[in-house]
Design a protein around this ligand. Structure first.
Ligand code: GCU
Length: 404
């Protein structure tokens, strides 16, 4: 794929850029020139992203481990231990906790390892799909891939071999733990059913077009998972890397941008509302995404459909909030809907913050020159939307480069 535009060409008319450089202070007071000034800038960027795109992040929250069951202490022929964790998640508003909701997290730990880096995954399917035939409990209620194996077979056919189950043995062999959960346990991915859960999480916030959508809530769930992982001695020295595909890639970026306890992120094909710019856009537009998935975003985001230039921030700001931590951005050539070139331009746009913080951010000139060592690692493969043979080796090379 040819990169159609570069960051510097976004506004060829020479007008002041509608896509402000990441180091331009949002209040117009000039250019951010030091790490300290960048720290001062971050709250304003977060606030603008909350007000215009995601909604206010849930005001507070905590998670408590209710029960931990060892499902198999010699999982994968002894390569790992598999556990099933029941976690009570509460949102906290004005010091008041909401009623606890149950999140089920499956945790795979490479045998005999303390402090293994943890791949913290939000999955489309439920945990018994992520770890098939392991004897995990099968909760009631539908997820995209519940039912019999046929459904996950179709998912795999359409979205690639690894959409339901990652290459577990390879991951365990390379020394990574997995903590996986389906965020639909707490906020279902369905406009009608999501509302009650979102109202619970957002209680106490004004009804002003900036109430959190599901992506903010799913992002917040990454933090709740970190709460319980950090409380477990076996992970007290672990790096935690958030991982998500597509809609959950959007959530992984948001969760990581908002929570500095997360050490890095793998966001695969996150697209619109994820790593791809809203302005100068190919693929899915703001109008399309907010019509199809009204529950994902703040109400305000829909009002920018067709007038994206009026947004005070763009998605390079979201990426920049993650600096100086490592970011992997996965793409596929024919997945134009997720806008790989808009993602590359956003990475270019965020890059100056890594440099300001003394790191090498994006270290590639073209979309194809993937460098897993770089702190912003842009990856593109042939094919379409999904998780295929090529993707996990790239994720693991990136993880090895930064977390082993
Ligand atoms: C749809 C949606 C995308 C999203 C994707 C996914 O295609 O339009 O924004 O990323 O689903 O989650 O797979």
């Amino acid at each position: 794929m040819r990169l159609t535009m570069a960051w510097a060409e976004l506004d060829p008319s020479g007008r002041p850029s509608a896509t402000p450089p990441v180091l331009s202070a949002l209040d117009g007071s000039g250019t951010v020139q030091s790490a300290a000034a960048w720290q001062d800038q971050r709250p304003a960027i977060r606030q603008a992203l909350e007000e215009t795109v995601y909604g206010t992040m849930p005001p507070g929250g905590e998670a408590r481990l209710v029960e931990r069951r060892v499902v198999d202490d010699a999982y994968l022929d002894g390569l790992a231990v598999l556990e099933d964790w029941d976690i009570a998640v509460t949102a906290i508003h004005h010091g008041q906790a909401s009623a606890p909701a149950l999140l089920r997290m499956a945790v795979m730990i490479p045998a005999g390892q303390m402090d293994a880096p943890v791949i913290l995954m939000e999955t489309f399917c439920r945990n018994h799909n992520t770890f098939p035939d392991a004897g995990l409990s099968r909760p009631e209620g539908e997820g995209m891939c519940d039912g019999d194996g046929v459904v996950s077979g179709i998912m795999g056919y359409v979205f690639g071999r690894y959409i339901t189950t990652p290459p577990l043995e390879e991951i365990a062999r390379r020394g990574y733990a997995i903590a996986a959960f389906h965020p639909g346990d707490i906020v279902p991915d369905d406009a009608a059913r999501a509302q009650a859960a979102l109202d619970e999480i957002a209680a106490g916030l004004p009804d002003d077009g900036a109430r959190p959508g599901a992506i903010a809530a799913w992002g917040w769930l990454f933090s709740r998972a970190v709460d319980v992982l950090e409380a477990d001695d076996r992970f007290s020295g672990s790096d935690i890397i958030s991982w998500g595909h597509s809609r959950y890639g959007k959530a992984a970026l948001v969760g990581t941008a908002w929570d500095e306890r997360i050490d890095g992120v793998i966001a695969h094909q996150s697209g619109t509302g994820g790593a791809a710019l809203n302005k100068a856009k190919r693929g899915e537009s703001v109008g399309e995404i907010t019509r199809s998935y009204p529950h994902w975003f703040a109400g305000n985001y829909a009002a920018y459909a067709g007038r994206e230039d009026a947004l005070p921030v763009d998605q390079h700001h979201l990426l920049a909030l993650i600096a100086p931590r490592p970011v992997f951005l996965g793409n596929a050539r024919r997945d134009v809907w997720s806008d790989p070139s808009g993602t590359f331009i956003a990475a270019q746009g965020a890059d100056p913050v890594w440099e300001l913080l003394g790191r090498q951010g994006l270290d590639q000139e073209t979309l194809a020159s993937f460098d897993p060592q770089a702190d912003i690692s842009f990856f593109i493969r042939p094919g379409t939307h999904g998780i295929t043979e090529e993707d996990w080796p790239a994720f693991l090379d990136f993880l090895d480069a930064h977390f082993r």
